[in-house]
Design a protein around this ligand. Structure first.
Ligand code: SF4
Length: 333
């Protein structure tokens, strides 16, 4: 699959703008459940996403990317910040606006095995969001499910079958069909191929690519490694401990990564070499606790280029070129 081309800013149309988004989870203790501290899952994240584009969100487990997705979907409330989606501040949306928002933003789950109700036929599973929003008759919903099954490469007659009758790749196709049923504008793909065999992964990625072109979809593509992100994304946001470390177009990020963490991620992209090393071997040490993140630059406990200032002062963003930005003292004044 070919890497995507980056569009210049004047060709772009913003669909989503996230400003200084924060999500802290309280940690309670004692019989009175007193809040003693917070887990800083998302800590001041900002980015924007243009219509028809794919934003890759990458970082190790626990970096806050899935929490960020859940806040964007309004499945959990934000602590502070702003999310403007299709011209509406969704953190201030009322009941009716929120319903509309939920139709326009859908999720493809990581695990195609647990995300489909085993007791429901596939037609019902795909049509469920329509019935939840009181759209169409049962017959209309089944017809729509049949159409979508064919679009994602399955058979219309599969509406009568149960999830256990399908392989992992086919189940993920069913999940994708379900995510399309409400004609959303944005789909959040939360590690959609990480539970699948390598041989199936590229088929699902190709399908997502095809659907994006066909339906002018906008994607947020979440992954813990850059190998998949590379082929899917127009822009990439690298996260660590709830913060953005670097943001750039896919071309810029892969040809000239700046942040030491991004460099480690890029170096860990698997190559067809049996002696190549994995991501864990490239970044030493464990991810620190988001309850008590390191002072200064949160990456300083694992950074191979750490300097004295790094543990004392949090780096702000430095613009490298155009809209390539990095939070690292190596590039500050
Ligand atoms: Fe490494 Fe310092 Fe840059 Fe953080 S600010 S990534 S510790 S060099």
């Amino acid at each position: 699959m070919e890497a995507k081309k980056f569009q210049s800013p004047n060709q772009r149309e913003p669909l989503l703008r996230v400003s200084n988004l924060v999500k802290y989870f309280p940690v309670k203790e004692g019989i009175f459940s007193k809040v003693v501290t917070h887990v800083r899952a998302v800590d001041g994240v900002s980015f924007s996403l243009d219509k028809g584009q794919t934003l890759g969100l990458v970082g190790e487990s626990g970096c806050g990317k899935t929490t960020l997705a859940r806040v964007l979907l309004r499945l959990i409330p934000a602590t502070s910040g702003e999310i403007t989606f299709d011209g509406m501040n969704i953190l201030k949306a009322d009941g009716g606006q929120l319903r509309k928002h939920r139709r326009n933003m859908q999720l493809i789950f990581q695990d195609p095995f647990s995300s489909l109700n085993p007791r429901m036929r596939v037609g019902k599973i795909i049509g469920e969001p329509l019935s939840h929003h009181n759209i169409g008759t049962p017959r209309d919903r089944r017809k729509k499910a049949q159409e979508l099954l064919e679009i994602v490469g399955l058979q219309a007659t599969d509406v009568w079958r149960y999830p256990h009758e399908f392989s992992g790749g086919q189940r993920q196709r069913i999940g994708i069909a379900r995510s399309l049923v409400l004609n959303p504008k944005l789909i959040i793909c939360d590690e959609p191929v990480s539970a699948l065999d390598v041989s199936i992964q590229s088929q699902i990625l190709n399908l997502l690519d095809k659907l994006q072109k066909e339906f002018n979809l906008t994607y947020i593509f979440i992954a813990h490694g850059l190998n998949v992100i590379r082929h899917m994304s127009d822009r990439v946001v690298v996260m660590y401990l709830g913060k953005v470390m670097e943001e750039a177009s896919s071309d810029q990020l892969f040809s000239s990564p700046k942040h030491p963490y991004t460099k480690a991620l890029v170096a860990a992209i698997p190559v067809p070499n049996p002696r190549s090393i994995g991501f864990e071997a490239t970044v030493e040490g464990d991810v620190p606790s988001p309850i008590n993140p390191p002072s200064g630059c949160s990456f300083h406990t694992r950074c191979s280029e750490v300097m004295e200032v790094c543990s004392k002062k949090e780096p702000g963003f430095t613009i490298i070129e155009g809209d390539h930005r990095v939070a690292c003292h190596l590039f500050g004044e």
